[in-house]
Design a protein around this ligand. Structure first.
Ligand SMILES: Nc1ncnc2c1ncn2[C@@H]1O[C@H](COP(=O)(O)OP(=O)(O)OP(=O)(O)O)[C@@H](O)[C@H]1O
Length: 606
């Protein structure tokens, strides 16, 4: 990265992190200034104290020691305070970026979110381990950059003074400006060699992290799987612990040799750098010491000037190495910036959903076909159907027939590959996505309850209405169970965030249905809503189904054919096409797929 580009990237980064708290710049600059000044303060006063001692000016020496200690204490304290605030800010920045990443991920249209590139970008923007760097690390890298730059400026100031102290009248190499030029030349050569070595080292670090990207992500995934409470029984009973351990071992096998190789390489790099520093430090002490012996400068000043040269060399090296590190982290952060800046939806309409008390929301599919992105396998083919207002429809078919996919298209999680879907005659893409999704209450097969209080799970981010909450619980038959809970409706679910209660599969499913009913949307979709319910609970839900969804349009996906009897209409999907459409009685009389499915199930109950 060129200096100018790097400067712009630093400015952009600082603008980003100082959003919401401008004091971060003060802490950053204050801490960098103090950190750069302290070593030179020490060099300057040490030289001065030594000179005063050699001149036997004890009183002035004592006075200088006091000033030195007080200044050092004050500046040191200031540096520590700024640094503490900066470290706090580092954590805050990290939390804020993570918050932005999750907010953006949830805002992204589902089709985009599901893509491997998006998942990859999320992982890369979230990287914080194994030295890949993150927004917090970058703040500290910039701190180091500014500190080392200021430090080099201090060193240059003292070296310029040393240069001007030349005494050409003595006709001696050490007292002439040539000795200084030779020293500077040697330092320049050392710097060039060191930066070459450091560039190679940064490159190696990039290769290491990139080479580890995959196995790192596998290892993180496996750790999460092994520590997930709700998978613990599955793992134990299925004896999957050994299997997972072996997989983890394989991931480690991949990255451990790379780390060892990098450690060996780093040790050699450090050794080379230390040797080069040794040479330049020796030259600095030789030239400056000789100048002092020839009387060009006081003996004590050898400490100041030779110290300045050695510091300048190490700070320049730090500056160059940190610059490469900045570029490297920046490449990760630019993935973050691109991720945040991308439009959340390829296209979003603007129309609001008409608010209707009569619930007249009619959805229709018009010759809709669909293949999942990145595949050309048709999952739905030429589907044309409309959901009459207030009608209860059952959607049935074998596994993989396309039932859930049809619902996902209806909810605009995907766009049809061809054909279109309308709401009250208007293409659903013309509606604002946020508004449109308000029309649905959905319970998917893989619904998720959160480790939060039960009432918050049901209200799902909306204001808690006690009466509506109780009514939803009553409809799904959970009132008595909730009364038994330690804190009633305020009881936390699961143990992820402190102690909570575990719900049975059926209770969890009923809670998810209660959440859908609480939303009170005009269109209710239940995808396999009773799979985990016992037969009595299931029969009760069916009995109440019409009442629960009174005045609403409802779609019901189920593999239990007996449940379909309660619906006004049954649609049979087969290989992505509508194979049958009618009532329970007409379809039975047709002796088609539905009749076959129904009779096959029924024979186990007779
Ligand atoms: N995200 C996806 N990417 C690619 N293919 C998918 C995706 N989701 C589902 N499919 C495929 O689409 C087909 C239809 O799946 P869908 O979930 O709609 O079936 P279904 O009728 O609901 O099945 P089930 O009764 O088993 O729930 C299946 O072959 C499935 O493998």
């Amino acid at each position: 990265m060129k200096m100018k580009e790097r400067f712009h990237a630093i400015c952009r980064f600082l603008t980003m992190v100082s959003q919401g708290n401008h004091r971060v710049l003060f802490w950053l600059l204050g801490s960098a200034f103090a950190a750069a000044t302290l070593p030179y303060l020490s060099l300057f006063f040490s030289a001065r104290i030594l000179n005063l001692l050699l001149a036997k000016s004890y009183r002035a020496c004592l006075y200088t020691v006091v000033v030195f200690l007080l200044t050092q204490y004050g500046l040191g304290l200031f540096e520590k305070i700024c640094r503490q605030y900066l470290d706090g800010q580092k954590e805050l920045c990290l939390a804020r970026t993570e918050q932005k990443i999750t907010a953006k991920a949830l805002e992204l249209e589902f089709e985009k979110f599901e893509k491997t590139e998006t998942m990859d970008a999320i992982r890369r923007t979230n990287v914080s381990s194994m030295g890949s760097g993150n927004v917090g690390d970058q703040l500290i890298v910039i701190h180091t950059l500014i500190t080392s730059l200021l430090s080099v400026l201090y060193a240059l100031f003292f070296l310029l003074r040393l240069f001007l102290l030349s005494d050409s009248s003595r006709n001696n190499f050490f007292t002439s400006p040539f000795s200084m030029l030779a020293l500077l030349l040697l330092c320049g050569v050392q710097l060039a060699l060191s930066s070459r070595i450091n560039r190679r080292s940064t490159q190696k670090k990039i290769e290491l992290n990139q080479g580890n990207d995959h196995s790192n992500s596998v290892a993180n995934y496996l750790v999460n799987v092994m520590l997930e409470e709700r998978r613990a029984d599955d793992i134990r009973i299925g004896h999957l612990d050994h299997f997972l351990d072996v997989q983890f071992g394989k991931a480690m096998e991949h990255f451990l040799p790379m780390y060892l190789d990098f450690a060996r390489f780093s040790a050699i790099t450090d050794g080379k750098n230390a040797l080069l520093s040794l040479l330049s430090n020796f030259a600095a002490y030789l030239v400056i010491g000789a100048r002092a012996l020839y009387g060009v400068l006081p003996i004590g000043d050898v400490l100041l000037y030779a110290g300045s040269v050695t510091r300048a060399m190490s700070d320049l090296q730090t500056f160059l190495a940190t610059g490469s590190e900045f570029d490297y982290i920046n490449s990760y952060l630019s993935t973050y910036e691109d991720f945040i800046a991308q439009p959340s939806m390829a296209y979003d309409g603007t129309l609001p959903i008409e608010k209707r008390d009569d619930g007249q929301y009619e959805f229709a599919f018009h010759d809709v076909s669909f293949s999942y992105p990145g595949t050309n396998i048709p999952v739905l083919e030429h589907v044309t159907l409309s959901f009459a207002v207030g009608e209860k429809t059952a959607l049935v078919g074998r596994n993989g027939a396309g039932k859930t996919t049809l619902i996902k298209l209806l909810c605009r999680l995907y766009e049809p590959t061809s054909g279109y879907i309308t709401l009250n005659g208007i293409d659903i893409r013309k509606y604002s996505y946020k508004e449109y999704t308000q029309a649905f209450s959905v319970v998917f097969q893989d619904f998720h309850l959160f480790s939060l209080p039960l009432d918050e799970n049901i209200a799902a981010g909306t204001e808690i209405d006690e009466a509506a909450l109780q009514s939803s619980l009553a409809k799904v038959g959970l009132t008595d169970r909730v009364q038994q809970l330690p804190q009633g409706i305020r009881t936390r679910l699961y143990n992820n965030n402190g102690s909570g209660v575990d719900l049975s599969g059926g209770e969890a499913q009923r809670t998810a249905i209660a959440r859908a009913l609480y939303k009170d949307a005009p269109f209710v979709i239940l995808d396999e809503p009773t799979a985990a319910l016992d037969p009595i609970a299931e029969a009760e839900i069916y009995k109440q189904f019409s009442q629960m969804t009174a005045g609403k349009t409802a779609v019901y996906i189920s593999h239990r054919m007996s449940s379909c009897k309660f619906c006004d209409r049954i649609i049979v999907l087969d290989h992505g096409r509508i194979a049958e459409d009618g009532t329970h009685d007409t379809l039975l009389a047709n002796h088609g797929i539905y009749a076959n499915l129904y009779e096959t199930q029924a024979q186990y109950y007779t």
